[in-house]
Design a protein around this ligand. Sequence first.
Ligand SMILES: N[C@@H](CCC(=O)N[C@@H](CS)C(=O)NCC(=O)O)C(=O)O
Length: 192
Amino acid sequence: MRESGNCYKVKLLLEQLGEAYDWREIDIFKGQTKEPSYLERNPVGEVPTMQLPDGTYLAQSNAILFFLAEETPFLFANRLHRAQVLQWMFFEQYSHEPYIAVARKIRKFLPPYHEETAKLPELERRGYQALTVMEQHLAQNDFFVGGKYSIADIALYAYTHVAHEGGFDLTRLVNIRRWLVNVRNQPGYKSM
Ligand SMILES: N[C@@H](CCC(=O)N[C@@H](CS)C(=O)NCC(=O)O)C(=O)O
């Protein structure tokens, strides 16, 4: 789904790797992820799902990034750096995406008085907590792991660069804004 940050992560890495791929658009708002034919591929009923050339289906955006990045410049051989990549990708899934992506979904895709808007204050509080952790890390580091661009940056970039659509103001988060520009300047960068 084009508007999904979780899908965009995979697209951005594939583009930067120069890998050929087919994109099959799935509309979550039409319930396509809950159709039996989709659930056979990904029983969780979410996008993205990637089908490999041998027919295997792989789900979970960050697992797909990890698979694609193996033995490429987007992942490390160093054991600690690999673990640090996972550290930031778990942070993204547990402390960042559930607040920033969900606030964006409510503000961008749901009608103004939808019952889910009641969740926005708590989503914003938790989302800013995650952004503050990133801002502090980026005060000392140009990228999240090992001083260079990796899938940790791709995972965190996906929803941070559209956080304003969820109502998050990045004006004072100068280190995050500098990092967003650094990511956009990477070779092969493609926008969402
Ligand atoms: N942890 C999953 C999250 C995927 C996810 O939340 N996908 C959303 C779109 S961004 C979805 O498919 N939602 C469908 C639904 O909840 O019905 C991943 O990283 O791939």
